[in-house]
Design a protein around this ligand. Structure first.
Ligand code: NAP
Ligand code: ZN
Length: 353
């Protein structure tokens, strides 16, 4: 084992601070990575504040972070895909059983024996739970390590590992393509990636935001239209017209307001994960034979496919690069929807701790 620097929260209210953690020495199939950038996902914040306690109670201390880009520093003797010096990435998953029907279908994110990048029981016994990317290093089985196309900026590529795949996957599944009218609800980390992908797929993109000051950005990011969702008249204009809507809102909201914008056979996919249940009105689904579904990140193969797509189309997140010392401030801003449009932590800042 070796010591690594990290930022951890000791409790739901403590905020994050510098700690030392243990990482395992690479086993035969492991890749050791020096972390260069790690994105801040709203899921990190939900977990730090124990907001998902009914489904996934947080174990403290928690080291969040699952949008990781770095450089390989060491490999185990059986590793074939990576060598020291390579740029490599890690997303939300670091292990799965590899044998269940979900893994066989390349949907490791639904494996019952999945290991998340942070907060899952640590099979290797290095620590009680896995520790994530707010750290100077991580050790991961090579099956869960991904490649970043060489033309992409690394700070902006980090958020692709969660915000990217979470928005790309449902759009592929629900056939977002040229000629479709697509809504993206919430212009934060996930939402702004959703706009970029919907645009790249050729759809007509409408952004729904509660922040009028994000209007110009939404257009610049690729939206054809922007609706301030608190304006009932603007909302009404789009009734019964969408093929697909992606809902990325992190907090409680009226889901029926968006279901009612779907046309016949339209689908609304929820990727946002608010703490409290959402009330669905029966008639919002019955009328128009609409469907309401969810989606969770994506499997490893699809994540690599998404990264390669981003390489080809030169897509990265719009990031505000921050030193790790500003992480608590960034969390306060996330709560206020004040994010443009993803925080990416420059992990070199951890060296001074
Ligand atoms: P984020 O950057 O904080 O963006 C969320 C956006 O939602 C905000 O910028 C805001 O956009 C809107 N919003 C926030 N509070 C709102 C409210 N009370 N009413 C209406 N709109 C509100 O968060 P994120 O990192 O994109 O994550 C979004 C959600 O997805 C989180 O719940 C996160 O845990 C979840 N998530 C799910 C998956 C998955 O696999 N399913 C993966 C990653 C994250 P406007 O200012 O434009 O209104
Ligand atoms: Zn995430």
């Amino acid at each position: 084992m070796f010591n690594a620097k990290a930022y951890a929260a000791a409790s739901a209210t403590s905020g994050l601070a510098h700690v030392q953690i243990k990482r395992r020495d690479p086993t035969p199939h492991d890749v050791q990575i020096e972390i260069l950038f790690c994105g801040i996902c709203h899921s990190d914040l939900h977990m730090v504040h124990n907001e998902w306690s009914s489904v996934m109670p947080t174990v403290y201390p928690i080291v969040p972070g699952h949008e990781i880009v770095g450089r390989v520093t060491k490999i185990g003797p059986a590793v074939t895909k990576y060598k020291p010096g390579d740029i490599a990435a890690v997303g939300c998953l670091v292990d799965s059983d590899g044998s269940c029907p979900q893994c066989k279908a390349d949907l490791e994110q639904f494996c019952p024996n999945l290991t998340l990048t942070f907060g899952s029981p640590d099979k290797h016994g290095t620590a009680p739970v896995t520790y994530g990317g707010y750290s100077d290093s991580i050790v991961v089985d090579e099956r869960f390590v991904l490649r970043i196309p060489s033309n992409l900026n690394l700070a902006g590529a980090a958020p692709l590992l969660c915000a990217g795949i979470t928005t790309y996957s449902p759009m592929c599944r629900w056939g977002v393509t040229k000629g479709k009218k697509v809504g993206v609800v919430g212009l934060g980390g996930l939402g702004h990636m959703g706009v970029k992908f919907a645009r790249a797929f050729g759809a007509h993109v409408v952004v729904f935001t509660t922040s009028p000051n994000k209007k110009q950005d939404a257009l610049r990011l690729g939206a054809d239209e922007v609706v301030v969702s608190r304006n009932a008249d603007e909302m009404k204009k789009h009734a019964f017209s969408f093929d697909f809507i992606l809902d990325t809102i992190s907090a409680e909201h009226d889901i029926n307001a968006y279901l009612n914008l779907l046309g016949r056979d339209g689908n609304l996919t929820l990727v946002g994960a608010p703490t409290k249940p959402l009330a669905v009105a029966a008639f919002a689904l019955i009328m128009g034979r609409r469907s309401f579904s969810g989606s969770n990140i994506g499997g490893i193969a699809e994540t690599q496919e998404m990264l390669d797509f981003c390489g080809k189309h030169n897509i990265t997140a719009d990031v505000e690069v921050i030193p790790i010392q500003k992480v608590n401030e960034a969390y306060e801003r996330l709560v206020k929807s004040d994010v443009k449009y993803r925080f990416s932590i420059d992990m070199a800042s951890l060296k001074s701790e």
